[in-house]
Design a protein around this ligand. Structure first.
Ligand SMILES: Cc1ncc(COP(=O)(O)O)c(C=O)c1O
Length: 379
């Protein structure tokens, strides 16, 4: 029987922090009317931990918060003025669910440099990758369906899919990412899809090696299981070589490189501007075959009709003409320094029995306490 173990972990982590799992008292008229699917829905432990960031004497490393010092304030200000001056009627109007076409075109060019060759018609703009995950759950997950994830994995995904009553098949990770030797047994459990974070994984910070990427895609193909590749951090690499995304390896494995096709659609790919520009914009995207974009569009229409036209146009105005690449280079430098400072501080201050991962990029590292220590007690 697959167990929603990670979800239980999340639930356990919430209660000591705020005392109440679901907040204040619910009015009598509503209290017995919650849908059954909400029974397993909890606040994310991460969001709860973020409450500590409000305390003035705490420097919190609890969540993947981008550094506000490098938000592109001046560029956003200028872009906002330009959009309002030149395209206000459009920017303040409803717009197509798929997203603002010039932004989708820009993202297609951007992704091509990282090895992903698709057309604007393969891109759906979402209100954060978090919405992309939710829409995927809405489209594919029936109660009891099993999703294969790394353990640990991104809590926000578990939170999104709790609403669709997903179960989980989990595969442990080590310093080279998901342990592919243990993958096959779980693939036999018939997952609906695999949810994989190949680059600087949230929360462990590990990166899936090239050899394991190939093996993972081969095995998924062999078992006929599609993959959801979530990649918010891929561009934030501080050392080592860029590794091809699963979506590219899948195309190569199908001989797409010879020109028959660039994209099989068996791997859905998600990325976001949250970590490279600013999360407050809530601009992210899903890459999928056109047939699935059409279905995801239906799901999105029920949720929010479309991502904010204004935010999309401002994001496009900021990102265009090479600014996104220049900005990514700048934040890579700053974040790389901070990663080094964190690793040096751990080395200096933590006892020898504590272990931690050494991320090559991204925002996370994973500390493992010695046997017998409870991390909640330590917190
Ligand atoms: C792995 C992963 N997926 C998705 C998200 C959500 O990102 P967004 O801000 O685009 O909703 C995050 C945010 O931390 C993340 O770490």
């Amino acid at each position: 029987m697959p167990i929603p173990a990670l979800e239980l972990e999340a639930e356990k982590a919430v209660s000591p922090l705020n005392g109440k799992k679901n907040g204040a008292v619910v009015p009598t008229l509503w209290k017995d009317r919650f849908a059954q699917r909400t029974q397993r829905m909890t606040s994310s432990a991460i969001r709860e931990l973020l409450k500590y960031t409000e305390k003035p004497d705490v420097i919190s490393f609890a969540g993947g918060l981008p550094a506000p010092e490098v938000f592109p304030f001046a560029e956003v200000e200028l872009a906002t003025a330009t959009v309002l001056r030149e395209k206000a009627k459009m920017a303040l109007q409803y717009s197509p669910t798929e997203g603002y076409l010039p932004l989708r075109e820009l993202l297609v060019r951007h992704m091509a440099r990282y090895g992903i060759k698709v057309k604007p018609a393969n891109v759906l703009i979402t209100s954060g990758s978090q919405q992309g995950l939710d829409l995927i759950g809405k489209l594919f997950v029936n109660p009891g369906d099993r999703i294969l994830t790394e353990s640990p994995t991104y809590l926000g995904a578990l939170q999104a899919w709790a609403a669709y009553q997903a179960e989980y098949l989990t595969v442990p990770i080590d310093d080279d990412g998901l342990d592919v030797d243990q993958l096959e047994a779980q693939l036999r459990g018939g997952p609906k899809f695999l949810y994989i974070l190949p680059n600087f994984q949230n929360p462990a910070g590990v990166t899936l090696s090239l050899e394991r990427r190939r093996r993972l895609v081969e095995l998924a193909n062999h078992y006929g299981a599609p993959i959801v590749e979530d990649d918010p951090y891929g561009q934030l690499r501080y050392e080592g070589e860029h590794l091809p995304p699963l979506v590219q390896l899948d195309a190569e494995m199908h001989d797409c490189a010879k020109g028959d096709c660039d994209f099989t659609g068996d791997v859905l790919y998600l990325s976001t501007l949250s970590k490279t520009l600013a999360p407050g914009l809530r601009i992210a995207w899903v890459v999928a075959p056109e047939s699935l974009i059409a279905r995801l569009v239906q799901m999105k229409q029920g949720a929010d009709l479309h991502t904010s036209t204004f935010a999309q146009m401002v994001a496009h105005e900021v990102a265009k003409d090479g600014f996104l690449d220049r900005h990514v280079r700048k934040i890579r430098e700053l974040y790389g320094e901070r990663r080094n400072a964190m690793l040096a501080a751990l080395e200096r201050h933590f006892p020898g029995e504590v272990r931690w991962t050494k991320p090559q990029g991204g925002l996370f590292l994973w500390v493992t306490l010695p046997e017998g220590f409870d991390s909640t007690d330590v917190l």
